[in-house]
Design a protein. Structure first.
Length: 446
């Protein structure tokens, strides 16, 4: 849980980055958009994310629609779960206690939206799950000549959710055992399974190549250990080992951010960006180098038996997209990794600072939170600069819609997007977006 003052500071900083007062921004309604902006109001669609077969759930003899056999765990037909609790919830009642008790629960598929199915948990409770199929009959003939509506866990790196998806004739695997070299049997929510690598959740600004976050591989070495020192003697040994593992992964993320900012500088140059954006991006790159060094130092301080550093990172020189695609590709990358990722990293770092009793760690995390906040602000400034390029608003809408658990989506992200769009609204061209809210703000004493 984030402290209110932490969120307030982040909000103020990010609105200031796009030249809008956080106080005045409360008047900017998300429905006020330019002709190209209404797409921002689209509802969250189910992302076409990678899926990995989950551990087989226990077979339930009282829900014969869901079976586990040689075809794996799949849905022969609809399940019937325990009756719903309490009285009914009217369609127009979204705030009553009875309605809240039943939100997301179900007894049969009829209680779920059309793109979901009712799945019974071990205790009989039914929950609506994402589903591109509700029974084996909904699927075409898949690998092995069978119709299979398979049970899977949709994994997007930073979130995991269960779903039912169809197997297809083009599948290259049925289970993880069909894959080699540490790959997993992954699939798509729309159907189809293949061997691929699961990418871990990346904090902050990752390097994206074809929408997939990239990190370097670890190798033995101490070349990236910074000079920062941490006194961790008060931590129990088990806690130190856990901290070391967390720090090693975080250090790889910080290392990948260096490449992300380096490529962003080249892309901004190609698009004719102003010097202030280039200077700020270069400054952020330098801070990410220090973050990586400090975090590797933290890892080795917590566990001196393991000394690692980042190895070769071929993704850093992956081909750039075409000049025509560059603005929208950069906007999507900056929004996903900077506007969302850096803001989430800042909140996580401050939460770590609040949770630790150790002065060295607290100071490190607080410094990290402050600089990640400035990186998030830079991302919003960059997006604001790119916004007038045709197609960028629609690209951002699609990117946001594919993030089911975007942090602070309604409280922060959507108001910031509305403020960026509102500054360009034809309704306020003559006097500017801020003037429209000056009177209301003054009356409110804001």
């Amino acid at each position: 849980m984030h402290r209110p003052e932490t969120l307030a500071l982040l909000r103020t900083t990010l609105f200031a980055a796009i030249g809008v007062s956080a106080c005045r921004s409360a008047g900017v309604q998300t429905t006020e958009r330019t002709a190209e902006v209404p797409v921002l109001a689209v509802s969250i669609s189910r992302p076409s994310a990678s899926a990995t077969l989950a551990a087989e759930p226990p077979h339930r003899t009282d829900t014969p629609g869901f079976v586990s056999d040689l075809l794996g765990s799949h849905r022969v037909h609809g399940e019937r779960c325990s009756p719903l609790p309490g009285p009914g919830c009217r369609e127009d009642d979204d705030g009553s206690e009875a309605c809240e008790m039943r939100r997301g629960l179900c007894s049969t598929d009829d209680d779920c939206p059309a793109d979901e199915a009712c799945h019974c948990e071990a205790d009989g409770t039914g929950r609506c799950m994402a589903a591109s199929c509700r029974s084996d009959d909904d699927c075409e003939v898949g690998k092995g000549g069978a119709h299979v509506c398979a049970f899977a866990s949709i994994s997007g790196g930073c979130y995991t959710r269960q779903a039912f998806v169809c197997r297809t004739a083009n599948d290259t695997c049925v289970a993880d055992g069909d894959c080699e070299n540490g790959l997993r049997c992954l699939g798509d929510e729309k159907g189809g399974f293949h061997c691929a690598r699961i990418h871990h959740c990346v904090r902050g600004r990752p390097l994206y190549v074809e929408a997939v976050p990239q990190v370097a591989e670890l190798r033995e070495g101490a070349g990236w250990n910074g000079a920062r020192r941490f006194d961790l003697r008060a931590l129990p040994e088990a806690d130190r080992r856990a901290l070391a593992e967390k720090a090693r992964r975080a250090a790889l993320d910080e290392h990948a951010s260096i490449a992300a900012f380096a490529r962003t500088i080249a892309e901004l140059m190609a698009l004719g960006a102003p010097p202030d954006l280039l200077f700020a991006t270069q400054k952020a790159l330098g801070e990410e180098i220090r973050h990586a060094q400090d975090t590797f130092a933290l890892a080795v301080t917590a566990d001196a038996t393991v000394a690692v550093e980042p190895g070769r990172f071929p993704a850093a020189v992956a081909p750039f997209v075409s000049a025509d695609d560059l603005p929208n590709n950069l906007a999507s990358s900056v929004f996903l990794g900077g506007c969302l990722g850096e803001a989430a990293a800042a909140l996580a770092a401050q939460a770590d600072a609040d949770a630790t009793p150790l002065p060295d760690l607290r100071a490190f995390y607080e410094e990290l939170a402050a600089e990640e906040t400035s990186h998030a602000a830079l991302a919003w400034r960059t997006l604001d600069w790119l916004w007038d390029v045709p197609g960028v608003p629609a690209t951002i809408a699609k990117t946001l819609a594919a993030q089911p658990d975007a942090p602070l989506r309604s409280a922060l992200v959507e108001p910031l997007l509305a403020a960026i769009a509102g500054k360009r609204s034809a309704a306020v061209e003559e006097r500017g977006i801020l003037k429209r809210y000056d009177v209301a703000a003054d009356r409110a004493g804001s």
